[in-house]
Design a protein around this ligand. Structure first.
Ligand SMILES: Nc1nc2c(ncn2[C@@H]2O[C@H](COP(=O)(O)OP(=O)(O)OP(=O)(O)O)[C@@H](O)[C@H]2O)c(=O)[nH]1
Ligand SMILES: [Mg+2]
Length: 393
């Protein structure tokens, strides 16, 4: 906890300094401003102030006056491992989406619900966007593609999650992301630059925004006075890997983002600003879920998905992708959940690998999933994970 708070503090300080150097003005028609950052805010939010975005905003404001119910459906899209599920869990303050360090943790679209004041936000967690080649290579279900389509079709707005921690991929939006935004361009969208905590230096961020939004937010031409411009230039020339639009001929950006947020989903930094934004643009509409709901998934499904996600974390390479987890038993008595999950392994060798010496690894996995599920359900859980192998040797 202390470590997280420390990280939080340093990001905070940096962006605070950063914001002082860079007041962002625009290119042509729109006026953007880099919002000033106070000690409690770690995000730089760029917004189209002169172009009051959509009718979403207006309807949201009206609704607040009337004190009626508002809601907004948000499809969170992005490439695998961008941090979509972590973002949703931390924003809604509940662990309902499975997360792991490996790709393809989310395999179907699921809903996560957050109700605050008059507003209900319904997030659609989606599997990472993949090309047909990747579907074939990783042996993914066809539902992978249809899942995010289903989510977007029900969405009022698209949240596009982009991982800035990887210096090789951060300089371009993935082609599948651009294709998706194009296909659904009638929907408003905003960009989330995630994992800013993992950047050694935050100096690349403004330039990244410029590249990824196709200069619709211009961060270079109109930066304050001469002194500030000189400082900005020094920042650009610093030892960070320069952000260049190296693939000039390829499309790497999207020009229609309405907002850009810089966040760390893992530390929670910047998430409040997104929450405020979504609350502001929510539509006047009755809630679909009761105030205390966080997901529409059945508890049994949440348990199985949690086991699957931790198997991805604890087992090497492709092995966990070939396992099948299923609920064997579920009940709730006196406020405690009792559950048992069976993991079917392709061979006895893999089964031994999962169990480890004297079942040590399986015990570790079980403890980890149990603690995840206590966060999910907010009540004690007694969990057993058993294994079986399809083939004996
Ligand atoms: N350092 C850092 N890591 C993060 C952040 N957000 C997510 N992660 C990590 O990124 C990894 C992937 O996170 P997920 O939330 O599972 O990513 P996803 O986009 O849902 O992945 P798929 O479901 O496979 O498409 C996990 O190891 C997370 O802990 C962040 O802000 N900072
Ligand atoms: Mg996910």
């Amino acid at each position: 906890m202390e470590l997280l708070l420390n990280n939080f503090g340093s990001v905070n300080k940096y962006l605070l300094r950063f914001s002082k150097y860079h007041k962002v003005r625009t290119a042509n028609i729109r006026n953007y401003s880099l919002s000033s950052l106070d000690d409690n805010s770690t995000t730089a939010k760029l917004s189209a102030t002169a172009d009051p975005t959509t009718d979403l905003a207006t309807s949201g404001q009206k609704a607040q006056h009337k004190r009626t119910q508002n809601s907004l459906h948000i499809a969170v899209i992005g490439v695998p491992n961008a941090g979509k599920s972590t973002f949703i869990n931390n924003l809604i303050n509940h662990r309902v989406c499975p997360t792991s360090s490996k790709v393809h943790t989310t395999r179907k679209s699921s809903k996560a619900i957050y109700t605050t004041g008059q507003t209900q936000l319904v997030f659609y967690d989606t599997p990472g966007l993949v090309t047909p080649r990747e579907i074939k290579r990783h042996n993914l279900e066809q539902s992978f593609k249809s899942a995010y389509k289903h989510a977007i079709q029900h969405a009022d707005i698209i949240a596009c999650m982009h991982d800035v921690s990887n210096s090789w991929t951060r300089n371009a939006l993935h082609s599948t992301v651009i294709e998706t935004l194009n296909e659904y361009k009638h929907l408003p969208s905003f960009l989330i630059l995630n994992k800013i905590d993992a950047l050694r230096s935050k100096r690349v961020l403004l330039e990244l925004i410029r590249v990824l939004t196709n200069n619709t937010i211009n961060t270079t031409q109109s930066v304050g006075n001469k002194n500030q411009r000189r400082q900005y230039k020094r920042i650009e020339e610093s030892n960070d890997k320069p952000v260049t639009n190296s693939e000039d001929k390829k499309d790497v950006s999207w020009s229609n983002f309405q907002e850009v947020f810089l966040v760390s989903s893992i530390t929670g930094s910047g998430l409040n600003d997104i929450q405020d934004y979504l609350t502001r643009v929510a539509k006047e509409r009755s809630w679909e879920y009761s105030k205390g709901s966080f997901t529409d998934e059945k508890p049994e499904a949440l348990i199985v998905e949690s086991v699957r996600a931790r198997l991805l974390d604890y087992l090497p390479q492709e092995i966990p992708y070939n396992l099948h987890s299923a609920i064997e038993y579920f009940s709730e008595e006196n406020g405690t959940i009792y559950a048992s999950v069976e993991v079917t392994c392709p061979s006895a060798r893999i089964e031994r690998l999962i169990c480890g010496e004297s079942n040590g690894k399986l015990r570790q996995i079980t403890e980890r999933v149990t603690s995840d599920l206590v966060e999910t359900f907010g009540k004690p859980i007694s969990l057993t994970i058993s294994t079986r192998s399809k083939k004996t040797e």
